[in-house]
Design a protein. Structure first.
Length: 406
């Protein structure tokens, strides 16, 4: 666990959160701050439920938790971003049902049921993560809160075990689209390195990436996707149907990680077209991710970017979760100077894309893509320019003034 951070865009968020803690709970000298970045899947989307291989980054939009152990069994939660609060006594945890704090309450119930909660606490949570970052934003909020509770209550479990608890809560609330890669990236990522994780081996690594030369441009069309979790979970069900079909022709398939492209293409007529396409995406995405990671290790960034853009078209044509606006943004971006790779953000509640752009070309890229989009759709885009970030970081309050003065 890191004990210091490079303060940039998160400074205001940290200050606001600590001041609110002091306002509601008094002296904050014994409290801890945890800050966790949103994650972004670059390659490997929708392979996580097939022991996938994924490539991720973390970006400088954050969730913050300021928390302190109490000497009684009272729990006080305040969400600054959404202006909501909840208070209860710890022995009553299994009777608490609050939709807004459902992820936090779920975690506390699991920990309590395993006899890991012995004290109450005060906690401020806050975030500047936009909703259109999707599951990577949700993961940040969950991991931040979980890390803070583990620290202040001295819960004697490993970091990976904590992530298991978070994962179990997500499965209850959003289903199998819950992506372990997001959890591990937000917890363990290193600034200036992309994060790879092999979910079959449960091995993860950080690979150097020249962050000083690129920006991550996030584009939100502001078009909301109704029932996005249902759509993504439907794709999972379709792949599971396909696996059952393929097991009739090859013995020993655990999941789509075991299916080779040549084998699949030989059996194209054995599956319904829609099911075949879902599986084809998954198999090809595994290959793209393997190739993309090889390019990354060789510092072949343009080739890596091409794989990321190819991944978008797989999501669009074979997995069928994109739309004309996201396709338009990716297609038009590929014609603009400075673009490295572009792709939709999977399972976001909004139609949104990310674009890896050379830093010196970023302003020009934004100006041109905004004009092109407005001419086509007669509406403005919402655009963020982000950079890479460390994973979850803890800061004792007593070190805050020193950090903020740097």
């Amino acid at each position: 666990m890191k004990n210091s951070i490079m303060v940039n865009g998160e400074k205001e968020l940290i200050i606001t959160s600590t001041l609110k803690f002091e306002e509601h709970f008094g002296n904050n000298r014994s409290a801890y701050i945890f800050i966790t970045p949103a994650s972004l899947i670059l390659l490997g989307d929708h392979t996580h439920y097939n022991d996938g291989l994924l490539l991720c980054t973390t970006v400088n939009k954050f969730s913050v938790a300021v928390a302190r152990k109490r000497n009684d069994n009272q729990v006080h939660l305040i969400d600054i971003e959404n202006q909501t609060s909840l208070s209860f006594h710890l022995p009553d945890i299994n009777q608490i049902d609050d939709h807004h704090f459902r992820h936090q309450i779920c975690l506390l119930k699991l920990l309590s049921n395993d006899s890991l909660l012995n004290n109450g606490f005060d906690c401020i949570i806050n975030s500047d993560i936009p909703d259109h970052l999707g599951l990577g934003g949700l993961a940040a909020k969950e991991i931040c809160f979980a890390s803070a509770i583990k620290k202040i209550l001295n819960i004697n479990i490993s970091g990976n075990k904590l992530l298991e608890y978070v994962r179990n809560c997500e499965l209850q609330h959003i289903g199998k689209i819950s992506n372990i890669a997001n959890h591990y990236a937000t917890k363990y990522a290193i600034d200036g390195k992309l994060f790879t994780i092999d979910l079959r081996k449960m091995e993860y690594k950080s690979v150097p990436f020249n962050k000083e030369k690129v920006n991550f441009v996030i584009i939100n069309t502001k078009e909301r996707i109704p029932f996005v979790s249902d759509i993504c979970n439907e794709r999972i069900s379709e792949c599971e149907i396909g696996i059952k079909g393929l097991r009739l022709y090859i013995w020993g398939i655990k999941n789509l990680r075991d299916v080779e492209q040549n084998f699949l293409l030989r059996h194209i007529h054995m599956l319904p077209k829609k099911i075949f396409n879902r599986i084809l995406y998954n198999v090809n995405e595994r290959i793209r991710t393997e190739e993309g990671i090889k390019f990354l290790k060789k510092n072949l960034i343009e080739e890596l970017g091409n794989k990321i853009t190819e991944s978008h078209w797989g999501l669009s044509h074979d997995y069928e979760i994109s739309n004309d606006k996201c396709d338009f943004l990716v297609e038009q971006s590929s014609t603009l100077p400075g673009i490295i790779g572009s792709k939709m953000i999977s399972c976001s509640p909004f139609r949104a894309t990310f674009h890896i752009v050379q830093q010196e070309k970023t302003k020009q890229f934004i100006k041109k893509i905004s004009a092109i989009y407005k001419e086509r759709y007669k509406t403005e885009l919402e655009i963020l320019v982000l950079s890479m970030s460390d994973g979850t970081t803890e800061i004792p309050i007593k070190k805050l003034e020193m950090i903020l003065s740097n």
